[in-house]
Design a protein around this ligand. Structure first.
Ligand code: GTP
Ligand code: MG
Length: 330
């Protein structure tokens, strides 16, 4: 019993060594001060070494925004849809919402939202909305940690919803979509080929399908194809069956229906995704540990005297150095 208690306290309490500035900002963040949110984001952008400790300090079991992931092929209308959902959440539900827009291909920070900026501008004067775009700048795997970090800050700030937009329907999107409680896959009438090639993949991630641009020809056919796929996958009637919603994001058509389905999934999908959630918690633990180790390893190899000039030594054995490197950061 005593061991169990000790174990529990070790895994639930932390030892938060943070700079005075970050500590102060984290308290302001929890009071809902927007300035602290922007400030922390820019500090951690430059220096990820405090990220893990900050997230540890901010983590509160159960106090979390509801996360909606939106993914789909380029140009499907994801950002337009995000914009409409933000309006809906603000206007109809009077709740607060943070947006994370991810552009894995653009090497420029902020590039992802360039086109969307103008449309999103209407939200900029609204204190209940915060929009941030992330690009991965070539670090593989780094993007999902950055998204996790941002989502953690949003949670502490007290957003009710977090919407994550990401382009594509592949493995890296699946990793990011691990963050989401409800994942929406957006397709358009022209997406027939995507559906065929990604069949198993999109069925795996989608909690809700959206056929956007339903003003175009072929939308009903695509919707029907999706319904049949979902039906074939779900033999058991008690599980969550991904609904297919037709929308015209640019004309604000179908948004209420879509949000109703999100709320249905929030309510009913909870039990169904228990196993998924447990799995993703283990993955989350490994992912945050790796991200932290990477920062420490990079710092050691670049700044520790021990490794100065090591890469120019003739015949250097990277495996031997790696072993020493691991010992060093321990
Ligand atoms: N016809 C039609 N056009 C739409 C609809 N929804 C969005 N669009 C248009 O489709 C284009 C792409 O929309 P975005 O929202 O930027 O699409 P996206 O999926 O975010 O694009 P990326 O982030 O670049 O992958 C824009 O010109 C929108 O105005 C719709 O329902 N019907
Ligand atoms: Mg977009």
């Amino acid at each position: 019993m005593a061991t169990e208690k000790r174990r529990k306290s070790r895994y639930t309490k932390g030892n938060f060594r943070l700079s005075a500035e970050i500590s102060a900002l984290s308290l302001e963040l929890e009071r809902g001060e927007r300035r602290a949110l922007s400030k922390l984001i820019s500090i951690l952008d430059e220096d990820k070494s405090s990220a893990l400790t900050l997230l540890e300090r901010l983590y509160k079991d159960g106090k979390r925004s509801y996360r909606i992931g939106i993914t789909g092929p380029p140009g499907a209308g994801k950002s337009t849809l995000v914009d409409r959902l933000v309006f809906y959440i603000r206007k109809e539900l009077k709740k607060r919402v943070g947006v994370i827009a991810i552009d894995p291909s653009s090497p420029f920070t902020g590039g992802a939202l360039l086109g969307d900026r103008i449309r999103m501008q209407t939200h900029f004067n609204d204190d209940g909305v915060f929009i941030r775009s992330l690009s991965n700048r070539g670090e593989r795997g780094g993007i999902s940690f950055s998204a996790r970090l941002l989502a953690g800050l949003y949670d502490a700030y007290g957003f009710n919803f977090t919407i994550i937009e990401t382009v594509g329907v592949g493995q890296s999107e699946t990793d990011i979509m691990d963050l989401a409680d409800t994942t929406i896959v957006v397709l358009v009438p022209e997406s027939g080929d995507t559906i065929q090639t990604m069949k198993a993949g999109i069925l795996e991630v989608a909690d809700i399908f959206v056929v956007n641009k339903s003003d175009r020809q072929g939308s009903e056919e695509i919707a029907e194809e999706l319904r049949q796929m979902v039906h074939m996958k779900n033999g058991q009637p008690q599980g969550w069956v991904a609904p297919v919603v037709l929308t015209q994001a640019s004309k604000d058509v179908g948004i209420t229906t879509l949000f109703n389905e999100i709320q249905n999934h929030m309510a009913k999908g909870r039990d169904d995704s228990n196993i998924r959630r447990k799995l993703s918690k283990n993955r989350e633990i490994v992912e945050v540990a790796l991200a932290d180790l990477k920062v420490k390893l990079d710092r050691a190899i670049n700044h520790n005297k021990k490794f100065k000039g090591v890469s120019t030594v003739e015949g250097v054995n990277p495996y031997s150095v790696a072993k020493i490197l691991i010992k060093t950061i321990r």
